[in-house]
Design a protein around this ligand. Structure first.
Ligand SMILES: Cc1cc2nc3c(=O)[nH]c(=O)nc-3n(C[C@H](O)[C@H](O)[C@H](O)COP(=O)(O)OP(=O)(O)OC[C@H]3O[C@@H](n4cnc5c(N)ncnc54)[C@H](O)[C@@H]3O)c2cc1C
Length: 611
């Protein structure tokens, strides 16, 4: 083997080891999204449509009423955008309303609310001002989340109360010049001090929301592998190779010597009210007690924290999407051209209906995903990644369509749409670029069926010991491939769609199995194929959520029945389109332009961009 090949293989093996450690922590309950890749429909996670407990709903209604009244009086999104700052009175007001500690436990001053209820709060803020919703998301969903999830009792008691009360602001610092999408490539180092009391941090962070205004930052830095929390080498040595390092999460405060704000507020396109910072750490001592979670497990901390961020991202996008729809409807109903209101033209109706279907689906997916967290599903990373990609793309479509319905009127700063368009662009990049998450969805989803194939192949090499296992695995695969899973719904209008969804799940699984047999390990590099599976899986997940919500609404309200005519439910429109998109993704497995696409891209990349 050539040196370059062996280096590539070693790098690939290291990536696989990292991924295994990060993503898979042993036997867990099968989730909805992972089930789809196995040809199963784990209905319990999505049906019946999740609802908030009545006592919590009352609490939430009160909280929302107070929040709306405060936002009506004090939140001026246009001024926040113009002045590129969220005024302190807004931050303090949100803090007083308990927004920063809604899901934190009561012992540290929080409200102990569910993720579903919190998503409703974030939807409300997101419907008004993206700067404010992202600021709150950073404070609550990622800034203090690592502490909530991985902090020791002592750390929680010490650090959480001032963050929950809003007395202190939080930030989450992962991104660096060399570690963007490739988050594992963190270059900031943290070496143990000679006396073992501290870790000495050196490095740079960039694009950190609230980085220069926060008093508590969760910072990812690279520590020597096996470096104990004491900083001293362990008595019995470690299993790590000399020089091996891993990422560790630290709690950092700006008063630490060497903490440097390089740029407090980077000038930017949208969400201008947020303060996005560049930071540097120069020989900055951080007490060893400030390690969050296990040393060397910082990427696991980061990934888990981002799962929460992505869920509330879905809620914020849903809020913004509803505003886009409302603005488009107002304009379409009032603006007249050619002697008609815009809403009378079919091409505008098409936009309005598509926007309504998209917003409906975003809300349904957010609700279901949040409920998975509340109900204790251990692994919801696929669902949160799907929600993030789906809702950020859907919002981009909605902003664009609402903009188009407004024509020239949207282009000027007296209307909110030009700001909303600028604000919405970050969503497809932040908290995991959508391309990276698309690939992640496919590869994590295909892991379980891939594992079964691997076990089957291994077992076939040692048939005497494992015949029974081959038989059982084979049965499982065949069973999934032949039978469409049941999608249990109650309303007659929904049943035909439920049957089609079950059939799609079966077909999806057949295609996944085929691709695994065809590409084997090469699937890791086949992003065109990965994208098709990720897109089909997202459509199936979205359709399941929408179907569940629609079914619940029909059950609650007989008058919504379509028995006497064409359904006016955005749910039905969404599901019909979603099935078509899923079918197209699967069909493109067999008929596509992949070879030509690569050839054109390679030629253009080589030519420096000329066509
Ligand atoms: C306004 C703003 C606020 C932010 N706030 C924070 C924060 O609070 N904390 C924090 O840690 N970070 C923050 N970020 C950083 C953000 O998470 C990163 O920008 C994001 O992860 C992408 O990294 P990158 O910008 O370096 O892009 P790159 O990694 O350079 O990627 C550029 C593009 O390449 C493509 N790409 C990359 N890798 C792949 C791949 N494997 N396959 C296919 N395509 C790929 C994607 O299309 C991507 O958009 C913020 C960023 C912005 C702009």
């Amino acid at each position: 083997m050539k040196l370059a090949d062996s280096n590539t293989t070693a790098a690939r093996e290291k990536q696989m080891r990292d991924a295994e450690e990060l993503l898979f922590t042993g036997a867990q309950k099968l989730g909805l999204a992972k089930g789809l890749f196995l040809g199963r429909f784990v209905a319990d996670w999505v049906m019946p449509y999740p609802t908030i407990r009545p006592d919590e709903q009352r609490e939430l209604d009160d909280a929302l009423a107070r929040l709306r009244s405060f936002l009506d009086q004090h939140l001026d999104p246009a001024a926040i955008d113009r002045q590129a700052d969220i005024p302190r009175n807004v931050i303090d007001g949100l803090a007083r309303l308990g927004v920063f500690g809604m899901t934190a436990p009561k012992e540290v001053g929080g409200s102990g609310m569910s993720q579903m209820a919190y998503c409703k709060v974030m939807e409300e803020i997101g419907s008004r001002c993206a700067s404010t919703s992202i600021f709150v998301n950073v404070q609550h969903s990622i800034g203090m989340r690592a502490l909530l999830l991985f902090g020791t009792e002592e750390q929680k008691r010490r650090w959480l109360p001032p963050l929950v009360s809003g007395e202190k602001l939080a930030a989450f610092a992962l991104t660096e010049p060399e570690a963007g999408s490739d988050a594992a490539n963190v270059q900031t180092t943290a070496r143990p001090s000679a006396d073992g009391a501290h870790f000495i941090l050196n490095g740079e962070k960039r694009y950190i929301t609230s980085g220069a205004i926060a008093q508590v930052l969760t910072v990812m830095a690279r520590t020597p592998l096996g470096a104990p929390a004491s900083g001293r080498p362990p008595a019995g040595g470690t299993s790590a190779l000399p020089g091996e390092t891993a990422v560790t999460a630290f709690l950092v405060t700006p008063d630490m010597p060497g903490f440097t704000v390089v740029e407090p507020r980077m000038e930017k396109l949208g969400i201008r009210g947020t303060a996005t910072a560049r930071l540097a750490f120069r020989d900055m001592p951080v007490p060893k007690e400030n390690i969050l979670g296990a040393p060397g497990k910082g990427l696991k901390v980061a990934l888990t924290v981002l799962d929460f961020g992505r869920t509330t991202f879905g809620a914020c996008c849903t809020g913004a999407a509803k505003t886009c729809l409302r603005l488009a409807v107002q304009h379409a109903n009032t603006r007249r051209q050619f002697g008609k209101t815009l809403g009378e033209f079919e091409l505008i109706k098409k936009k309005i209906a598509r926007m309504a279907a998209g917003a409906y689906a975003m809300e349904a997916m957010t609700t279901v995903t949040a409920s998975l967290i509340d109900r204790g599903l251990e692994d919801y990373m696929l669902e949160t990644a799907m929600l993030k990609v789906f809702s950020t793309e859907a919002l981009w479509m909605l902003v664009n369509e609402s903009f188009q319905v407004h024509g020239g009127a949207a282009y000027f700063t007296d209307k909110p749409l030009e700001r909303m368009l600028r604000d919405a662009r970050i969503n497809q990049i932040g908290e995991g670029a959508n391309e990276v998450l698309t690939s992640f969805i496919a590869l994590v989803g295909m892991r379980a069926p891939g594992e079964q194939f691997r076990e089957m192949l291994e077992a076939l090499q040692y048939p005497w010991g494992a015949l029974r296992k081959v038989w059982l695995l084979g049965l499982d695969r065949v069973g999934a491939a032949v039978l469409a899973p049941e999608v249990p719904v109650r309303s007659p209008q929904v049943k035909p769609y439920a049957e089609r969804l079950g059939e799609f799940v079966r077909r999806f699984n057949v295609e996944v199995d085929r691709a695994l047999i065809k590409y084997r390990e090469d699937i890791l590099d086949r992003q065109y194929v990965q994208e098709r599976f990720a897109r089909a899986a997202m459509e199936l997940f979205a359709s399941a959520c929408v179907l569940s919500r629609w079914d619940a609404e029909l059950q609650a309200d007989d008058s919504n029945s379509a028995a006497d005519g064409v359904s006016s439910s955005p749910a039905e429109l969404f599901i019909r389109g979603s099935f078509r998109r899923a079918r197209r993704s699967l069909a493109e497995m067999h008929e596509n332009d992949d070879t030509t696409t690569t050839a054109v891209a390679d030629a253009v990349l080589k030519s420096g961009g000329s066509v």
